[in-house]
Design a protein around this ligand. Structure first.
Ligand SMILES: O=C(O)CCC(=O)C(=O)O
Length: 469
């Protein structure tokens, strides 16, 4: 029996959609959408596409051939994903060119190869291939990784290079027929994916139907929705109702948090793809970390009694599987709380504007702070915090650090664009002087080690500007 298709993904002209409408209709409601008209000025759409509309593979070999990339062998399953190989872009293109001229699209053994997760922007920062559309700028993941690394203690994670992730901005390239198996995105983040050339076919399953693609123990999920899916292993699969769509060249798809999806390249395709989260979906990240933590713990429960640092091992395994551990996530939350707070305070000093607190920017900063507080409240109840000092963050030292100042100002610039606001800056030297009426020294003269301390800090900080938590 074929898939049950319940509908198509909506297609909207991105030039006629306001940021506020995008937030209300898609981001906050966690609904997919295809946006058109947003790639007109991209250099990638000129340099990377030949006159016949196909990928300009020669251009890649000539300019970026030396890069080492991850290539998925689309015909071979390894664990829950496609088998990965490492090769240079030059080799990858060479295989592609030779075999597309021989008409088979795969390598010598007839394998279909798909270049994935190429950190192109990190590798070629001066070659500005594209600009991120405003709709996707409120991206805590990449803004954070531009200034900080996920693990403050890379030494202890050195051996596991799969978690040393520099950013989540990728290029994908593959011949017709390459594909990505059914999955939900890393951290249960949002993603956006733009077709520079080629076309993709997408199949989506809403989070409320997830259980239908899992086995009865909720352990493994279907790999390929078009393979014979064994009824006895996945008893709910036949009931799943899918959304589908064809994404054309120059169209951008917004993939909401936690939606399972499978993707097929209908033609030779190059796409640009970011993963991201912000206040609207950060609770998904924590929920996933918590689930993965309990899973990681379950796997090694039998060595608990002979292990010197059982909790430490659980966290290390969590970071290897999920991309971050509790400490990484908590420190990220603290830094975002501080950045949103200092920007909120900066806004409040603009005495000429008595309406400051009802501005779009003030409302967004407050929503961010409230959602951070809400996630942190959920973290409080996890007993792993009680057993060890997960983090020690000196607030005063943090906000005076150069990376924090840069991070905060990058966040400020982003929000001035999305909220159409005049520039706001954070300068720690001016910050304390400009808020003489408020005892900020007292507020920031503390350390945060546990989630309940972050919650109290936020409550106190907001009270000082007349906002009750
Ligand atoms: O384009 C692909 O093959 C996969 C992209 C994807 O899964 C995503 O953007 O979330």
């Amino acid at each position: 029996m074929g898939l049950k298709i319940g509908g198509k993904v909506e297609k909207v002209n991105g030039k006629e959609l306001s940021y506020a409408d995008f937030v209300e209709k898609y981001l906050a409601r966690n609904q997919p959408v295809i946006l058109t008209g947003l790639t007109d000025d991209w250099r990638a759409c000129k340099d990377w596409v030949s006159d016949d509309g196909k990928p300009n593979l020669r251009f890649f070999s000539a300019h970026f051939g030396g890069s080492t990339v991850q290539v998925a062998d689309c015909d071979t399953k390894e664990f829950t994903d496609q088998k990965r190989l490492e090769m240079s872009v030059f080799e990858f293109i060479d295989i592609w060119v030779k075999l597309s001229s021989s008409g088979n699209g795969g390598d010598d053994d007839g394998k279909l190869l798909y270049l994935k997760d190429w950190h192109f922007v990190k590798e070629y920062p001066d070659y500005v291939a594209y600009t991120t559309p405003n709709f996707f700028l409120d991206d805590w993941l990449n803004l954070y990784l531009d200034k900080y690394s996920m693990h403050d203690d890379p030494e202890s994670y050195k051996a596991r290079n799969e978690i040393s992730c520099s950013d989540y901005r990728f290029v994908y390239m593959g011949a017709k027929g390459t594909w990505t198996p059914l999955h939900a995105d890393v951290f249960r983040s949002y993603s956006w994916s733009a077709n520079v050339c080629g076309r993709k076919q997408w199949y989506f399953l809403t989070p409320s139907q997830h259980h239908l693609v899992f086995d009865r123990y909720m352990k493994s999920s279907v790999y390929d929705i078009f393979e014979d899916v064994c009824e006895s292993k996945y008893p709910g699969f036949e009931k799943a109702i899918w959304l589908e769509c064809t994404q054309e060249q120059n169209e951008i798809i917004f993939v909401p948090s936690g939606w399972y999806h499978q993707v097929h390249n209908l033609e030779d395709t190059i796409s640009i793809n970011h993963n991201w989260f912000n206040a609207f979906n950060v609770s998904w990240v924590w929920d996933l970390l918590l689930r993965e933590y309990h899973e990681a713990k379950g796997y090694i429960e039998d060595i608990k009694d002979i292990c010197d640092d059982f909790e430490g091992l659980c966290q290390k395994n969590l970071a290897a599987n999920a991309g971050m551990d509790f400490r990484d996530f908590f420190i990220l939350m603290i830094r975002f709380a501080l950045a949103n707070l200092v920007l909120f305070y900066q806004l409040s000093t603009n005495k000429r504007n008595v309406e400051w607190s009802s501005s779009q920017l003030a409302r967004l900063l407050l929503l961010n702070l409230k959602n951070i507080k809400c996630v942190t409240e959920n973290m409080k109840s996890e007993s792993a915090w009680q057993n060890r000092g997960i983090a020690t963050v000196n607030l005063m030292k943090t906000i005076e650090d150069q990376p924090f100042i840069e991070f905060c100002n990058a966040l400020g610039r982003t929000y001035c664009v999305t909220c159409n606001h005049i520039e706001i800056n954070f300068d720690p030297n001016r910050f304390f002087l400009e808020h003489e009426g408020i005892d900020l020294y007292d507020l920031f003269r503390s350390r945060i080690c546990k989630p309940d301390e972050l919650v109290s800090f936020l409550d106190n900080a907001l009270k000082l500007v007349g906002i009750e938590g």
